[in-house]
Design a protein around this ligand. Structure first.
Ligand code: MLT
Length: 232
C-alpha cells in the first residue's frame, strides 16, 4: 500500500495497481460504469473536462467536485447516487475530483490499473489475483494526507485476496489488513475520518452509507490509454 502522493515511477512500473478513493471518486466510477456508462475520462482540471466534453462526438456528462461540492457548469457532483441508469447509460462521464482522479492519472506507468472501492472489493481482489503480478494498492487520501477510509478499504481488499491465495504483505499492508480485521464495521471505524465528517456536514449521509456497502457491484473498472472502461 502506498499513498498517491508517494507514487514514483519505479514503485509501480510493470505492476498491477488498485486505486482507491472510496469517499467518493472510485465509488462514483464503479457505480456509473455498472449503470451503463460507456467510459469514464478522469482529468485533472475543470477546463480540460469542459474542453473534452465540448469537443466530444458522443453524449457526455460532466461530473466531479471541488471541496466536495458540484463544480459550476457541471451536470453532476461527486455523489455516486447521482449516477443512476437513467443518467449514466450510454454516456461518457468526464470527471475531475480533488484526489481520486489525480491518483488515477499518477498511476499511468503501471501495467494494469484497477479501480477499487468497498462496493466492488471482492471483484477487484479476484481480478488482481487473476493478473498474477506484484500488486500496489494506492490510497488517494485527502489533499495529500493519509485517509482512514481508503486504508480500511485496502485492508478489506487484502482480506479478499487472502481468501483466494497466500500473499506476502509489506508492513503497511499487514497493518491495513489488521485494522480491517479489528474493525469489521467499516462505518463505525471511518466515523472518525476527516473526510467522512466533511461529507456528513454537507448532509451526504446517504452517500456515506452507500460507499461503505461491501460487494454490491461485481465489475472491475480498468484504466487504459486515457479512459476507464467496465473491465473484463
Ligand atoms: C476526491 O476525489 O477528492 C473525492 O472523491 C472527494 C469527494 O468526496 O467528493
Amino acid at each position: 500500500i502506498i499513498s498517491a502522493k508517494d507514487i514514483r515511477e519505479e514503485k509501480i512500473i510493470g505492476k498491477t495497481v488498485i486505486v482507491i478513493d472510496m469517499l467518493r471518486a472510485t465509488s462514483v466510477i464503479t457505480t456509473a460504469l455498472n449503470n451503463g456508462c460507456k467510459r469514464v475520462i478522469p482529468v485533472l482540471t475543470v477546463e480540460e473536462a469542459k474542453d473534452i466534453s465540448k469537443s466530444s462526438k458522443e453524449p457526455c456528462i460532466l461530473g466531479g467536485e471541488r471541496n466536495a461540492v458540484k463544480i459550476d457548469g457541471f451536470d453532476f457532483s461527486n455523489s455516486p447516487l447521482d449516477y443512476k441508469e437513467n443518467v449514466a447509460k450510454d454516456k461518457v462521464l468526464v470527471m475531475t475530483t480533488s484526489n481520486g482522479t489525480k491518483a488515477i492519472n499518477a498511476c499511468i506507468k503501471a501495467k494494469n490499473i484497477l479501480i477499487g472501492a468497498m462496493l466492488n472489493a471482492k471483484a477487484v481482489a479476484k481480478r488482481a489475483v487473476e493478473l498474477n503480478n506484484d500488486l500496489v494498492i494506492v490510497n488517494s487520501g485527502t489533499y495529500g494526507e493519509f485517509s482512514m477510509d481508503d486504508f480500511i478499504c485496502g485492508g478489506y481488499i487484502i482480506q479478499c485476496i487472502k481468501d483466494c491465495i497466500q500473499v506476502e504483505l509489506t508492513d503497511i499492508a499487514k497493518t491495513a489488513h489488521y485494522i480491517y480485521q479489528c474493525n469489521n464495521d467499516v462505518v463505525e471505524f471511518i466515523k472518525g475520518a476527516s473526510h467522512y465528517n466533511r461529507l456528513k456536514e454537507l448532509g451526504l449521509e446517504d452517500d456515506l452509507n452507500y460507499c461503505c456497502s461491501k460487494d454490491i457491484i461485481n465489475i472491475v473498472p480498468e484504466y487504459e490509454r486515457g479512459y476507464i472502461h467496465k473491465g473484463m
